[in-house]
Design a protein around this ligand. Sequence first.
Ligand code: NAD
Length: 432
Amino acid sequence: MFDEKSEDWKYTLDGKTCFDAQSAFAINRKQNMHGREINDKLLSYLNTCKREILMEIPLRLDDGSLLPVHAYRVQHNNARGPFKGGIRYHDKVNLQEVREMANLMTWKTALVDIPYGGAKGGVAIDPKKLSFHEVRRLTKALVSHLGNNIGPHIDIPAPDVNTNPQIMAWIFDEFSKTHSEGSPLAVVTGKPIEVGGSQGRLEATGRGVAICYREACKYKGLDPKELRVSVQGFGNVGYHAAEIIQKELGSKIIGVSNAVSAIYNEEGLDVVALKEYADSHNDSLDGYPGGESIPRDDLLMLDCEVLVPAALSKAVNADVAKNAKSLKVLLEAANAPTTPEANAILHEKGVCIIPSVLANAGGVIVSYFEWVQNLQQFYWTYERVIEELEARMVRAFGDVINLAKEKDIGLRQAAYCLSLDRVAKALILRGY
Ligand code: NAD
C-alpha cells in the first residue's frame, strides 16, 4: 500500500514502514534512476510476498503430551531464481517479522548477484526449552508440513537464529524420504560437511562481516589496528566476525554480549578463550577472568569506534545512536538491527553504516557455493571457497560505494537501489 500524499512517498507493508526498501524506492523515484519501467505498480508487487505458508505443527513432547507450535515460511520473490532464506527458531517469531526478513533476502541475494530470490522461515518456539529429540521431531514435522513448497529448485532453507548444521541435516534427511530423485542434498544449505555441507560455511557470515569491515576501513582511511570494537551477540555470526576481526585485522574487541550477559575489557578480550568459557558455563560470560562483567545492554553504550550488532533486529535504537561518541563504523551483522530513528542520528554524526543486506551476505554466498557443489557432486577446497567469497563480497562492496558516490546517497540506499534494479529488470524481462 502506498501513501501517495506523503512527500517522502512512505511505503508501508501491513501498516508498518518497511524502512530499508522505502528509502531506496524513494531515492529511486526522486532520481528517476531506472526510467519509467520501475513504476508504482511494480514496486507494490515487489513489496507483496508471493506465498505465505502458515502452519500449526503438533509436537509430541518427550512426556507424551502434544504441543501445538506455530510456524511460517514466507516466499517473497523468485524473479532471479529459487526462493532462499534461513529458518529461525525463536519464541518471539511472528508472521510480520518473517515477511520483513523474506523481503530482505530478495534484496540481499540480488545485491551480491547470486541466482536466488528471497524467503524466510520462523518457528515460534524457544528450542533451548526442548530436548534434542523434541527439536529433531519438530524439524522433521516442519519438513513434512512444508511438503513440495521446498526443493532444490523451489525454495532452499538455511540456518538462522537458534538453528544449526544438525537441524539442516534433519531437514535434508526428512525431505530425501519423499524426494529421492535429482539432488535432494541441495534442498537445504548450511549442512554439516559430512552430509554435503561446504567448507567455510560455518564462519562464512562472520567472515563476510570482517571483509566489509576491512573494506570500510580502506574507504574511510581508518587503520583497524587502532580501532576498538564492541560485538552484541556471540553466536555463529558474532563469534566468527569477532574472531576474524581480532586475529586477521588486529582490532581490539573490547566488549561482547550474548542473551545471558556481557563482558568488557578496554585492553581487549581474547575472543577464542571467551567462547570456550561461554561454552563451558551454560552460555554465561559472567566470571570470565579476562574482563569485567557489565549489564547486558550496556554493551551497546560502550565507547568504541566500531559497533557490530550480531543478535536480533532493532537493537541499535535512538538512545544507542544518541549516546555514540567515537563511533565511526556500524557493521550491521544481524538482519535489520538499526531503527530508522537511529539510522538518521548516526548518519548525521557521519558514521559509516554498512547495511545488513551487504554486511551479512557472506552466509548466503557460501550457501550458494554449497548448493552448486551439491548439484554438481563436486566439492571445493576451503581455500577456493574463501577466495570466491572474497571476490563476491569485495565486488558487491565496490558496487555499493561507487553508486553511493555517484548519486551522493548513503550506502544503505545505494545497496537497495542496486538490488531493486536487478530484481525489477529480471521481472520485466520475464514478462511481468
Ligand atoms: P545465533 O543463534 O547463533 O546467535 C545469536 C546470538 O545473539 C547468541 O549469542 C544470543 O545469545 C545472542 N542474543 C540474543 N538476544 C540477545 C540480546 N538481547 N543481547 C545480546 N545478545 C543476544 O544466531 P546467528 O546465526 O549468529 O544470527 C545472528 C543474526 O545474524 C540474526 O539477526 C540473523 O538473522 C543474522 N544472520 C545470520 C546468518 C547466519 O549465517 N547464521 C546469516 C545472515 C544473517
